[in-house]
Design a binder for this molecule. Sequence first.
Ligand code: ADP
Ligand code: MG
Length: 615
Amino acid sequence: MADIIQLLPDHVANQIAAGEVVQRPSSVVKELLENAIDAGSSTIKLIIKDAGKTLIQVVDDGCGMSVTDARLSFERHATSKITSADDLFNIETKGFRGEALASIAAIAHVELKSKTEQAETGTHIKIEGSEVVSQEVTVTPKGTSIQVKNLFYNIPARRKFLKSNPVETRHIIDEFHRVALAHPNVRFSMFHNGSEVFQLPQSNNRQRIVNIFGSKTNEKLVPVDETTEVVAITGFVGKPEFAKRTRGEQFFFVNDRFIKSAYLNHAVASAFEGLLKEGSHASYFLYLQVDPKSIDINIHPTKTEIKFDDEHTLYAILRSAIKHSLGQFNIAPVLDFEHNANLDTPYRKMQMNALAPVVEVDKDFNPFSSGNPENKNLRFRSQKQESGEWESLYVGLQTSNDQGVTIDKDSIETDPEHISMFQDATQESSAATYQLHRKYVISKIRSGMLVIDQHRAHHRIIYEDILKQITVKEGVSQQLLFPLNLSYSTDEIKILQELKEQLEHTGFVFSKIEDENIEITGVPIIASEKQISNILEQLIHDVENEVPESNFSQTDMLAKSLSRSLCIKSGQSLNTLEQEHLVNSLFACKEPSVTPFNQKTFITMTTDELDKKFM
Ligand code: ADP
Ligand code: MG
């Protein structure tokens, strides 16, 4: 048989390597910014067009490259940062694999201009799909400017898989944040489609965080500072009361490199144990300095995962350093700082018993308002706070069910306990529904039985309800007694501003949307004041991660996000009346069988099927 093995041509090998290094425009941004840092720059400018799909440019004032280096930099495994395999265990730079520029040049149109301090003139090189198109002498300031145009122009399949511009921009901003947070001593700016997005002066860590995330961040930061033989930890954790439901601002930097580590994240979370509301996540900006010899960064081409020699020790130190800070700043009692952290776990249960009872005051309660029909919403609401969120079921019904059972509003406003007692006495034997494990509602149908997932069903009901409110602009609003003030980063405010009109159709009333603050004077009737900040936070998160471009799908996304926050969850007990309303409202929906995310809301089981089970 003839020989069949052949070496891949360089440009093919480069394209394959590019698949690992460059997933999307933000990967290019990361590589170029890191090269600029490694070049010792003090000012770095990032320019992008169309979310990086048309242009990504990084201009730095670093050491620049000689003519030969400029040309060599695009070769695979061409790096100035290591010379032998031993150096791999002592890495002080961001790059070292020498494949970023080669990979990028294989899948884009690249132009490089670079000049060193000593040289009189600079070099200008154009490369397209690994082919050098031209190389000229040029006049350019000291430093390097790299333009990457038409990313994936020769791999249409990859280009097609890029997400919408807002999503790709989000990824780019994330990378920009990571590099900028790790290097506060470097000036950064970012421009998108000609307008300035960030202008970050040289500063310290704290100022850098504040410049990126907004001036309100300052008061939320608790400093962490701990030096041991193994590691020096500096940085900040967010005060527990500002913890978010989404994992937004969580950053670990090891030797100035952003890294992801589920294990260290767990260490932080465990230091916050007992201080956070369920489902919320503390934010943190933690800078760890360790001996480069004690880590291995070479696990993944994007280098965001690293291996520590002694992870367990690091875990314990990190955890106790944060506990100590939280204690010192009077945020939590220092429960067990002196203990060996590893001994804590078995006693967790003991600590959990000490939870204080929650006392809630009903701000809306007004003993004189009972006869006033205009206050109906208010009274309706005040009950809601006593008895959980169950009444939202009825609200779904008011607008979406014209043919089903009509509800007597007054009966809702009587004492809920009274309702159930009354029903227990008279309807027990004839009840058409039954709640199983606070999760499913079972109902009799002619052919057998119906099992409804209460959470999913309500998700569908609320979703259609909100969708209708937005389209017919009929959302009912309830006025807040006191305006609600919330603060956000400038990015987040932009998102809210874009959705303002549609949010108003659901019942929100915004009296102010400014730089970093919003003031709300009215909220949708199906929401309680307590839920608002979570709802908006979830919404912002959803928009950031999946921004639809058309107006139509934006409405859909908004309805999906709000309904997810507002619908009842499993674990909530429903009385018979509530169960019946859930069933009726569900079947009054246009698409009762699935949630907005296409999950089944109910199943049926016929008596035949049941009979078979007994055979
Ligand atoms: P690595 O960063 O892993 O060394 P790259 O492909 O990113 O590999 O870069 C190759 C080489 O090109 C670098 O080692 C560096 O010498 C040079 N280089 C790249 N970008 C710059 C820059 N902005 N300024 C100066 N030199 C640069
Ligand atoms: Mg590099």
